[in-house]
Design a protein around this ligand. Structure first.
Ligand code: C2O
Ligand code: CU
Ligand code: CU
Length: 520
C-alpha cells in the first residue's frame, strides 16, 4: 500500500499538473486508469457525521467518548486507531455563537488524554490543554459560551508530551460554529452536500497495517510525516458534486507536513476565509498554503461540468540545511510568504526533490446539479487593524538549541515548556503586539490559544491577502519576523495558563511551547 502511493507520486512529479488532471479525467471516464491506482482509489468521500448535541435547560450538551478502535484505510487491512464516538476521528460538532455548551468528554483509552478546542476563546480551565488531563475511565465536563465568529475550528489531543501520537492515531475532529451574520450570506451552506469539511492528514503505515508513528531523532526534528494521505480518514476519495458551487473547508490536521493546495487543472477558486472566520471579501487565487493547525474555506466553481481534483503539494520546511536545498528553498519560501502567492502554485512541483504531490479529492460533477449562484462580493466586516492601540510588544524567539542532536532542543525564548512555569502574564482588556522571530532553520506554525489575532506584517512588509483575516496559527519562515496584533478581552485566571506553541506536534511534544496567564 505504501508502495502504491510512491509509484503515483513519482509519476505525477514527472508529469506535472497536466498529467494529474488527465489521469483523474480518464479514471472518471472509466478509461485506462493505472491498475495500481485502481487498487485502492475510488472510495467515496466520507463526510464526518454532523453532531449538534442535545439541548438541556438552554445548554447544548455534547457527549464525547474517546475510544480505541480498528479502521480499514486499505481494504482488508486493520489499523488500530483512536476516535471520538467512532473508530477514527470524531463527528463534526455544530454549535451557534452565543450559546452555552457543555462537553462531557469521557475516556476509554488506556492513557491520559486531553481534548483541546483549537481556535476557541474560552476560560483557561475549559481550554483542554495539558492542565486538563482526562485519565482513563474518567469524564471531563467543561462548559463555556461560544464567543467565536462562524468558522471551522477543531478539537484534538493536547496531552502533555503525547499530542503527536494521539492525534496521529485519530484523536481529532472538526467544529462548525454558525452565526446569523454568515448565514445571511448567499454561500453554499448545506453540510455534506455543498459545504464539506476536509481533514487532511498524512500517515505512514507498518507492514502489519498499524501506523508507523515513531519519535526517532529525525521525526522529532522534522516532524512526523507519512507517504499516504488520509482525507476524513479515506485514501484517494471521490466526491460527486451536486451543485455548481462547492464550498470546501480545509483543515491541515497533519502532524508536521505543510501543503500547497490547488486544483489539478489549475482552475482558480475563491478563498473566503481562514482560521477564525470569513474574509471581508473573497480572494481569487489558484493555491493556498496551509501549515499544521491552519484552516481555509474555499469556493470552487464546477459549472463547466468537468471532473477535477484537489491536490496538495508537500512543501519543504527547512531553510538552509538539507540536501543542497540552499537558496532554492529560501527563495521558494520567499514566494510563498511574500505577497505574490497567486501566480504559480504547484506548477513548480517537480523541481523539488523533497516534494510530493497528493490527491486530496477527486471531484466528479453530477449531471444534475444545483445551478450556480454568485458568491457575494462583500462577506463580513472585520474590526480595523490598529497597532497603535497596543500597550506593548512581546518578543518570541524560536530556536533550535544545542541539544537538538539528542532529539529535542526546540525552544521559545531559550526555554523549553515547563508546566510549573508561567512565561508571560498579560493584562485583561488590553491589546498587544507579539513579535515572533524565527532564529531556526525551519519554518514553524506558531499557534496561540484563547485569541484570534491579525497579522500586522512579515519582515516589515504587508501580509498577503490570505493572511489578513482572523488567525490563530501563523507560519514563521526561517529568519522571518512576523508581528501579530492580539486583544485579550476577558476570562482572567490567576493560576491557569493558556499555551502558545509550534503546531508541528513533535515540536510541541519536544517542549517548543510556553504558557501565558491573562490576569485582572
Ligand atoms: Cu491545535 Cu495548542 O493546539
Ligand atoms: Cu489551540
Ligand atoms: Cu516547530
Amino acid at each position: 500500500m505504501v508502495n502504491r502511493r510512491s509509484v503515483i507520486g513519482a509519476a505525477v512529479l514527472g508529469g506535472g499538473v497536466v498529467a494529474i488532471g488527465g489521469m483523474a479525467a480518464r479514471e472518471f471516464a472509466g478509461g485506462q486508469g493505472t491498475s495500481s491506482a485502481r487498487a485502492t482509489s475510488g472510495g467515496s468521500l466520507l463526510v464526518p457525521k454532523l453532531y449538534s448535541g442535545e439541548r438541556e435547560n438552554g445548554i447544548r450538551v455534547f457527549d464525547l467518548n474517546l475510544q480505541r478502535g480498528v479502521s480499514q484505510f486499505f481494504k482488508g487491512i486493520d489499523t488500530p486507531t483512536i476516535g471520538i464516538n467512532q473508530s477514527y476521528l470524531g463527528p463534526t460538532l455544530e454549535m451557534r455563537a452565543g450559546e452555552t455548551v457543555r462537553m462531557n468528554v469521557s475516556s476509554d483509552l488506556s492513557e491520559t488524554a486531553t481534548v483541546h478546542w483549537h481556535g476557541f476563546h474560552l476560560p483557561a480551565r475549559a481550554d483542554g490543554g495539558p492542565h486538563q488531563p482526562i485519565a482513563p475511565g474518567s469524564t471531563w465536563s467543561p462548559s463555556f459560551e461560544v464567543k467565536q465568529r462562524a468558522s471551522m475550528f477543531w478539537y484534538h489531543s493536547h496531552a502533555h508530551r503525547r499530542s503527536g501520537p494521539q492525534v496521529y492515531k485519530g484523536l481529532a475532529g472538526a467544529i462548525y460554529v454558525r452565526d446569523d451574520e454568515t448565514e445571511r450570506l448567499d454561500l453554499p451552506n448545506d453540510y455534506g452536500v455543498d459545504d464539506i469539511p476536509l481533514i487532511v492528514q498524512d500517515r505512514a503505515f507498518n507492514r502489519d497495517g498499524s501506523f508507523a508513528y515513531s519519535t526517532s531523532m529525525h521525526n522529532v526534528m522534522m516532524g512526523m510525516t507519512g507517504d499516504t494521505l488520509l482525507v476524513n480518514g479515506i485514501v484517494d476519495p471521490v466526491f460527486e458534486a451536486r451543485s455548481d458551487l462547492l464550498r470546501l473547508r480545509l483543515l491541515n490536521g497533519s502532524n508536521a507536513r505543510f501543503y500547497r493546495f490547488g486544483f489539478g487543472d489549475a482552475r482558480a477558486f475563491m478563498q473566503i476565509g481562514s482560521d477564525g472566520g470569513l474574509f471581508e471579501q473573497p480572494y481569487r487565487t489558484d493555491n493556498i498554503v496551509l501549515a499544521p493547525g491552519e484552516r481555509a474555506q474555499i469556493v470552487v466553481d464546477l459549472s463547466d461540468g468537468r471532473p477535477t481534483s484537489l491536490s496538495a503539494d508537500s512543501l519543504e520546511t527547512m531553510g538552509m540545511m538539507g540536501g543542497g536545498m540552499g537558496n532554492r528553498g529560501m527563495r521558494d519560501r520567499g514566494d510563498r510568504m511574500g505577497g505574490d502567492m497567486g501566480t504559480n502554485g504547484g506548477r513548480r512541483g517537480g523541481m523539488m526533490d523533497e516534494r510530493r504531490r497528493f490527491t486530496v479529492l477527486n471531484i466528479r460533477p453530477a449531471a444534475q446539479r444545483r445551478q450556480v449562484n454568485i458568491i457575494p462580493s462583500q462577506l463580513i466586516a472585520l474590526a480595523p487593524i490598529e497597532p497603535e492601540t497596543a500597550i506593548k510588544t512581546r518578543r518570541f524567539v524560536l530556536q533550535m538549541g544545542m541539544n537538538m542532536m539528542r532529539g529535542g532542543g526546540f525552544t521559545i525564548n531559550g526555554k523549553s515548556m515547563d508546566m510549573q512555569r508561567i512565561d508571560e502574564t498579560v493584562k485583561v482588556n488590553t491589546t498587544e503586539i507579539w513579535q515572533i522571530e524565527n532564529a531556526s532553520m525551519m519554518a514553524h506554525p506558531f499557534h496561540i490559544h484563547d485569541v484570534q489575532f491579525r497579522v500586522l506584517d512579515r519582515d516589515g512588509r504587508q501580509p498577503s491577502p490570505q493572511d489578513t483575516g482572523l488567525k490563530d496559527t501563523v507560519v514563521v519562515a526561517p529568519r522571518e519576523v512576523v508581528r501579530v496584533l492580539l486583544r485579550f478581552e476577558d476570562y482572567t485566571d490567576p493560576e491557569l495558563p493558556y499555551m502558545y506553541h509550534c503546531h508541528i506536534l513533535e515540536h510541541e511534544d519536544a517542549a517548543m511551547m510556553g504558557q501565558f496567564l491573562v490576569k485582572a
